[in-house]
Write a protein that binds this ligand. Structure first.
Ligand code: KDG
Ligand code: MG
Length: 415
């Protein structure tokens, strides 16, 4: 029996949360996964991966949230969200919001299994048949980039992000070395050189070649990865206007939301931001003042389905569309949760999809299905993804850091 603060009694929930396990493994790359199991034996999964800071979230979950979950009613998703967010006293931040997201997504997974419905049905059902995704084409030079663009085109993608290595700079972000792009590749941060002028001279020229090669029938995207000041971003956006980019992503760091106003005043190139932001407050001004066109907050780093839906709903009021982050460091559990929400919201824009290694897909089975440039959800109850403990045991945690960027004079820049 539960007793409220006014002394009233409420009836016991049918099932309670019995176990909350934090699973850390590295099948192809590091993932932190939360598995919540109820007294009825129903389990749900939540992704808790924060690239390069994985164990901080694992500890937050293990040491601070798991003890609070035991005995709670798994059906009370919103109440649990509020309890964990407001109850912490300390607000926002990627570690907190990723940990809360994992709990939230695991509870939606459980709710779907209990109801016998896929999570997207619980969110209101389909607004569209499938979810358009964009893939990542890259190259160490323009010919290899164009060849990569062709390969993705042949696979049926409707939207392609293009990145080429800036001549003379080591390790440009966004350029793949192996089969999948993986920036967190070293045991200590790799330090990479950055030169804004070289980038600003080069990027518009190769994007023009990609557009000429592709024509206008395929969406073309580009990630600036927080590298420019607002006035540099304005210049960049203006210089590529004729190429009709779907978006320029993260043109400048977004801690100062007001900074986007200056970019907006100068260019009609659409702007996307939000992959490193973790709450509705971090994007509030960007949305309500229409300083961006696409909000890229994700289910895993922005408080789960419950909070991301709140962000998307706010965005819908201002004609800002969604474009969630979906790099390899978001596990297949996040892909499934993202697709559930993308499928239902009225203001969906696009979903990033880099895919996962075969090792990752050996551990996480049942991801959404990719066909002709669109993702389709599983029709299994819940999110439809399972975690294989035995296979995961073959892939222990492998500490890896994201790189750090330095300007040519040696000072640290935004990576
Ligand atoms: O963990 C960081 C990566 O997810 C990020 O660098 C990839 O910018 C990225 C993107 O747009 O996918
Ligand atoms: Mg990005």
């Amino acid at each position: 029996m539960l007793t409220s603060c006014r002394g009233e009694t409420r009836s016991d929930p049918v099932a309670t949360i019995e176990r909350a396990e934090v699973l850390v493994s590295s099948p192809g790359r590091n993932f932190v996964t939360l598995r919540i199991t109820t007294s009825d034996g129903v389990s749900g999964l939540g992704d808790a991966t924060l690239n390069g800071r994985e164990l901080a979230v694992a500890s937050y979950l293990q040491d601070h949230l798991a003890p609070l979950l035991i005995g709670r009613d798994p059906a009370r998703i919103e109440d649990t969200w509020q309890y964990l967010y407001r109850g912490a006293y300390w607000r926002r931040g990627p570690v907190t919001m990723t940990a809360i997201a994992a709990v939230d997504v695991a509870l939606w997974d459980i709710k779907g299994k209990v109801a016998g419905l896929p999570v997207y049905q619980l969110l209101g059902g389909r607004s569209r048949d499938g979810v358009m995704v964009y893939c990542h084409a890259s190259g160490t030079d323009v010919p290899s980039l164009l060849a990569d663009v062709d390969a993705y085109r042949e696979k049926g993608f409707l939207a392609i992000r293009a990145q080429a290595a800036v001549p003379g700079l080591s390790g440009s972000y966004g350029v793949r070395k192996g089969k999948l792009y993986e920036p967190a590749a070293t045991a200590l941060p790799d330090e990479q050189a950055w030169n804004t002028e070289a980038y600003l001279d080069f990027a518009p020229t190769y994007l023009a070649k990609v557009r000429e090669h592709l024509g206008f029938g395929v969406h073309l995207l580009h990630d600036v990865h927080h590298r420019l000041t607002p006035i540099e971003a304005a210049r960049f956006g203006k210089s590529v206007e004729d190429l009709r980019l779907f978006w320029m992503e993260d043109p400048t760091p977004a801690e100062n939301q007001d900074a986007f106003r200056l970019i907006r005043q100068h260019t009609t190139t659409p702007i996307a931001t939000g992959e490193v932001l973790s709450s509705i407050w971090d994007v509030q001004q960007l949305i309500t003042e229409q300083l961006i066109d696409y909000v890229r907050t994700t289910v895993v780093h922005a408080g789960g389905i419950t909070h991301l839906r709140r962000i998307f709903d706010l965005a819908a009021l201002y004609q800002v569309r969604t474009g969630s982050h979906g790099a390899t460091d978001l596990s297949p559990v996040s892909t499934a949760a993202a697709v559930s929400l993308d499928l239902t919201v009225p203001n969906f824009g696009i979903q990033e999809h880099m895919g996962h290694t075969p090792e990752t897909l050996e551990v996480f089975r049942g991801s959404p299905v990719l066909k002709d440039g669109m993702l389709y959800p599983s029709e299994e109850p819940g999110l439809g993804v399972t975690y294989d403990d035995e296979v995961a045991a073959r892939y222990p945690y492998d500490p890896k850091y994201l790189p750090v960027a330095r300007r040519l004079d040696g000072s640290v820049h935004d990576w």
